[in-house]
Design a protein around this ligand. Structure first.
Ligand SMILES: [Cu+2]
Length: 484
């Protein structure tokens, strides 16, 4: 069967079978080809600089990867090797985190303890295992203390791993669009605003929502066919509530995982760091349908209501179009796949832990996990490779905190003490104010130190992060904790 998969990114429309050919329509201004691996590897150069960028039709002074906001789209196959020759052209240190990838957290792989000084280079290199889940991942800076500032400046780029999900015939036949959601707080001159102390506490937000660096780009739904929308929340703090108006849509995956079967969606909540893989079947009246961003209260509206006048940061202005979905030409009929991939089965958890997220005082730190702010020289949690743990995460604060774990994804099995109907696999889970979640976390394949933290990046920078060390102790047998 001829592969009829099309990739649209940053306004471009690219046939994966004929990458040299790029078509553009009049309202699609930002063509960009994905950088695709060949002969088992992808080698890219990546330079971070502060510069003028055309953002949503205006000139803005931003932080860019290779001059682009968002950064280039990379596409690799499970089993490939990735080399990133990184140059720090910023005036401050930075580094890279490969968000969601199940790769070593050490050496020159996904090592967030690396610091690349201003003007210096670093070569990242890692192998993606042949059994790695297919999904949308992303790269962004993770230099503690500077993460919110650098993400809010625009530094983020998407990374597709092709895996088993991409071999499902209906998904192979779908047209595909990646949408990177970022928000910016800019002056009328296009300069980034310094966040106020209150904004740092709440997590900075901007009232300019850019999608692939554009304002509400057009996306084509193939009539009678399938559109695969892959959404990434690359914003610093904003939680999106998304709705496809007057048209059904189905979730097929969250973060780097795939569901057992498509799940009819109502509103889609995306916390910072979350990705959603969604199918839109072109089986309705041909026309235009708006993907809307609706207000979401992450626990700060009461605080805002108590403030007056200029003291109120411009947080909301959240209602607006994210993308315009427009029916295109009729294609060969493709229906929703009835099933997707079997959910991995986990071994029984060998240990239970509790993590309490709260605000308070620990020295100067105001954002705490289990009463402590982040310390780079302290291991907070030690786990054994080859085991599964049950993690109970409690948010005792009056503000949402999205919890992210590096290296290993987790299964969300409970909320507020009750089992969830569809236990999704994710690597960021939002925990609304005063609520709790229960996770099952398998520790597989990789030893070393990495981190878990709040993905409202101002909170992470102010201490809501801990270090986890994965050890291959005496009890370790190389039996995978995940059985498929
Ligand atoms: Cu937080």
């Amino acid at each position: 069967m001829e592969r009829r998969q099309f990739l649209q990114y940053a306004g471009s429309s690219v046939a994966a079978i004929a990458l040299a050919q790029c078509t553009r329509s009049a309202n699609q201004q930002r063509p960009q080809l994905p950088l695709v691996s060949a002969d088992g590897s992808l080698t890219v150069g990546l330079t971070a600089t502060e510069q003028k960028v055309n953002l949503a039709g205006q000139s803005a002074q931003l932080l860019a990867y290779n001059g682009q906001v968002p950064g280039p789209l990379w596409e690799v196959q499970a089993g490939n090797t990735v080399v990133v020759n990184f140059t720090n052209g910023l005036a401050q240190p930075t580094n890279l985190h490969f968000h969601g990838l199940h790769i070593p957290p050490t050496g020159n792989a996904d090592n967030v303890f690396v610091s690349v000084p201003s003007g210096e280079q670093f070569r990242y290199e890692f192998a993606i295992t042949p059994t790695h889940p297919g999904g949308l991942f992303w790269y962004h800076p993770h230099h503690h203390g500077l993460v919110a500032e650098q993400l809010a400046g625009g530094l983020a780029g998407p990374l597709i791993v092709r895996g088993a999900v991409d071999e499902i015939p209906e998904i192979r036949a779908a047209s595909e669009t990646v949408l990177v959601l970022q928000d910016f707080d800019l002056t009328w001159r296009g300069r980034r605003r310094e966040p106020t102390p209150i904004f740092r506490r709440w997590g900075r937000q901007g009232d300019l929502i850019a999608v692939n660096g554009d304002r509400a780009p057009a996306v084509t739904i193939p009539q009678r066919g399938l559109l695969r929308l892959r959404l990434l929340n690359a914003s610093t703090s904003r939680i999106y509530r998304l709705r496809l108006e007057n048209h059904p849509w189905h979730l097929i995956g969250m973060d780097g995982s795939t569901l057992a079967a498509p799940l009819a969606l109502d509103d889609l909540i995306l916390a910072p760091g979350n990705r959603a893989d969604v199918l839109v079947a072109g089986d309705r009246d041909p026309g235009a349908y708006t993907l809307m961003s609706l207000p979401y209260d992450r626990g700060i509206s009461d605080m805002m209501a108590a403030m007056e006048g200029d003291a109120v940061p411009r947080v909301e202005a959240a209602t607006g179009a994210i993308a315009q979905l427009q029916y295109g030409d009729a294609t060969a009929e493709v229906s929703l796949p009835p099933t997707l991939l079997p959910s991995p089965v986990l071994a029984a958890p060998s240990r239970r832990r509790e993590f309490v997220l709260d605000h308070g005082i620990d020295g100067e730190q105001a954002f705490l996990i289990n009463g402590r702010g982040f310390a780079h020289d302290r291991v907070d949690t030690t786990v054994q490779l080859g085991t599964v743990e049950a993690w109970h995460i409690v948010n005792k604060a009056g503000m949402d905190h999205p919890f992210h774990l590096h290296t290993n994804a987790f299964q969300i099995v409970g909320r507020n003490g009750a089992p969830v109907p569809t236990p999704l696999w994710q690597d960021v889970v939002n925990i609304p104010a005063y609520e709790s979640v229960d996770l099952l976390v398998p520790f597989a394949d990789f030893v070393g130190k990495t981190v878990y933290h709040c993905h409202i990046l101002d909170h992470e920078d102010q201490g809501m992060m801990g270090i986890i060390e994965m050890q291959a102790g005496a009890a370790y047998r190389p039996t995978p904790p995940i059985m498929t």
